[in-house]
Ligand binder design. Structure first.
Ligand SMILES: Nc1nc2c(ncn2[C@@H]2O[C@H](COP(=O)(O)OP(=O)(O)O)[C@@H](O)[C@H]2O)c(=O)[nH]1
Ligand SMILES: [Mg+2]
Length: 268
């Protein structure tokens, strides 16, 4: 379910900034959000965040694909100062209004709070007061960024949906997943399929040919064993991997369809 409170703020905004994780842009897009933006006739901008973690050629290709779909796409990284200017300019070019209200929306962990902090800088000022102790709904503040640009202070979080693998990629904390081994296997398969097996082998110091071998390898290295029968605790080993993934500690990225095979071959 898309939060109704979020829809309220989307309706109040002129521009919707859909924050994507540049490593998984397709899976961190929310079709529901895009439908809502369309329904209320809002300008939508895809912000490809964490672009520092992906080669520029790959980011460029994604942008080309999205622009071909008629979607305005801007690469972003909180690590690159010049990005804030480019994003601000991009938003302003979409609206001729003097006061432009924006909202950052996206799945958890895509970097919404980080982006708002990098945009705020030291010059920004709060422009709406927070009423305290009244009612149960939290009043979201409008922040003045620069010139006529305003942004809602509290970024819109989209609850992760989809299959268990999609939910972990969309920022679900690993503790909330019911079957960690199954999800870990799927995640390892995805990462190795994209050509990053060597990264997993190096990170865990385990050479593996099947996904389960990696999980068992992690259990062995970390002495994760059930005290009862001394069997390897693959549940806990899977959680180790899922937690590392959640904390952005596993290096990989998705490849746009057109360079998939070429890139993969180069890496093998
Ligand atoms: N490398 C890199 N990490 C980022 C970037 N933006 C956010 N992060 C990291 O991603 C994690 C989630 O960011 P956060 O702003 O809390 O995401 P939110 O849940 O969407 O508000 C944090 O550990 C950030 O430091 C970026 O541009 N580059
Ligand atoms: Mg946040």
């Amino acid at each position: 379910m898309f939060p109704t409170e979020l829809i309220k703020y989307i309706r109040k905004s002129d521009v919707i900034l859909e924050v994507l994780d540049g490593r998984e842009p397709e899976l961190t897009r929310s079709i529901k959000l895009e439908e809502i933006a369309l329904r209320y006739n809002k300008k939508l901008v895809l912000v490809m965040n964490k672009s520092d973690l992906v080669p520029p050629t790959v980011i460029k290709k994604w942008i080309q694909i999205y622009e071909n779909q008629g979607l305005i796409t801007i690469p972003y990284s909180i690590k690159k100062n010049e990005n804030t200017k480019i994003l601000k300019r991009g938003i302003k070019s979409l609206q001729s209004k003097e006061k432009i209200k924006c909202i950052l929306v996206g799945y958890p962990k895509t970097g919404k709070s980080s982006i708002i902090n990098s945009l705020k800088g030291y010059k920004s000022t709060k422009v709406s007061p927070i009423p305290r102790g009244t009612g149960s709904t939290l009043q979201i503040q409008l922040f003045k960024i620069s010139g006529g640009l305003y942004i809602w202070d509290s970024p819109g979080v989209i609850p992760p949906d989809g299959s268990p693998l999609e939910r972990i990629i969309r920022g679900t904390p690993p503790e909330k997943l019911e079957n960690p081994v199954k999800v870990a296997v799927e995640l390892i398969r995805r990462i190795t399929g994209l050509g990053f097996k060597h990264r997993l082998q190096r990170k865990y110091n385990v050479v593996f040919s099947t996904e389960l071998e990696l999980i068992e390898g992690i259990a062995k290295k970390r002495h994760l064993i059930y005290s009862k029968d001394k069997e390897l605790n693959i549940d806990e080993a899977s959680r180790v991997l899922l937690r590392d993934f959640y904390n952005n500690e596993i290096f990989y990225y998705d490849l746009p369809p057109t360079i998939n095979l070429l890139e993969k071959r180069r890496r093998l």
